[in-house]
Design a protein around this ligand. Sequence first.
Ligand code: FAD
Length: 318
Amino acid sequence: MPEVLVLVDHLDGVVRRSTLELLTIARRLGEPSAVYASPDPLPDETVRLLGEHGARAVYVVQDETVEQFSVAPLAEALEQLVRSTTPTVVLIGSTPEGKEVAARLAVRTDSGLLTDAVGVDVVDGAAVTTHSAFGGGYEVRARVTRGTPVITVKPNTVEPVAEPAHPEVRPVTTTFSDAARSARVVARQPRERSARPELTEASVVVSGGRGTGGDFAPVEALADALGAAVGASKAAVDSGWAPHSFQVGQTGKTVSPQLYVAAGISGAIQHRAGMQTSRAIVAVNRDPDAPIFELADLGVVGDLHTVLPAVTEEIRRR
Ligand code: FAD
């Protein structure tokens, strides 16, 4: 079976869900091996979690350089692994950092790069990716024709599925060039963490628009009842009702959750661009002709200030 390398995205050893999604995808393409880079030793708990999701091996790059310097050392470590293990594909999460690592890796290995995949299939033994393009107006399918395919995949592309394996832990010794040390990280300031999931990773997102009239309480209450992240339209952000980090759309974040609830959002093309690859879309809007209903799997015509609290109460009651 060909080996598939998956770069583990973690924060101090706590593995992000998107890595488990990548391992699930990797199993369709071959035998998944995880690559864990950190200055600290690999926690047993992490090995267990990666094994539960099918990792047959965990390559460990334990080196301070990967934390002290920005992105480039990680790309060099991956490059050395690609050369020694000749994997069939490298999968990386579509975060800003992940995409930069992927781009550097592709250049260093003279390989093709595909970013922001929202689907990965196997066709004739090769990875074929699906991408949402031109504000979601087109679905593009692509495959790499040169080198070792480097693919970044958006969060929530698949549900992580467990398939227990007993990974072999393989320490890797990496040498870094001077160029890898050209951008030093001077501080890492943890942001105040919200109890809600990160918007781009959440499997459920509840967003509010101008129709909230500035009262986001029903949106937040429903989000909390569902364990969801809160999103917002640009109109809501521009009105100062939500921070820019909540904005979903062309000039905000792209989300692809299992469930997206749009409350008081008309469904402008620029908003759609950031959410239309969501698995299921529920719209609440008092205008029956609102364009969002063309996209919605379920539409509720009504006042969000009545509909959302009723749904929240019903969810809490169950
Ligand atoms: P509106 O279009 O005003 O819609 C409000 C909706 O709420 C209406 O459909 C109304 O019927 C409904 N409503 C009102 N009251 C209630 C109620 N009580 N209960 C239920 N429904 C109610 N927009 C984005 O969202 N994200 C982007 O990233 C983005 N980028 C842009 C980039 C560019 C270059 C441009 C030009 C625009 C961009 N926009 C973006 C703006 C976009 O075009 C729309 O203006 C914006 O999405 C509208 O936000 P909205 O749906 O909240 O407001």
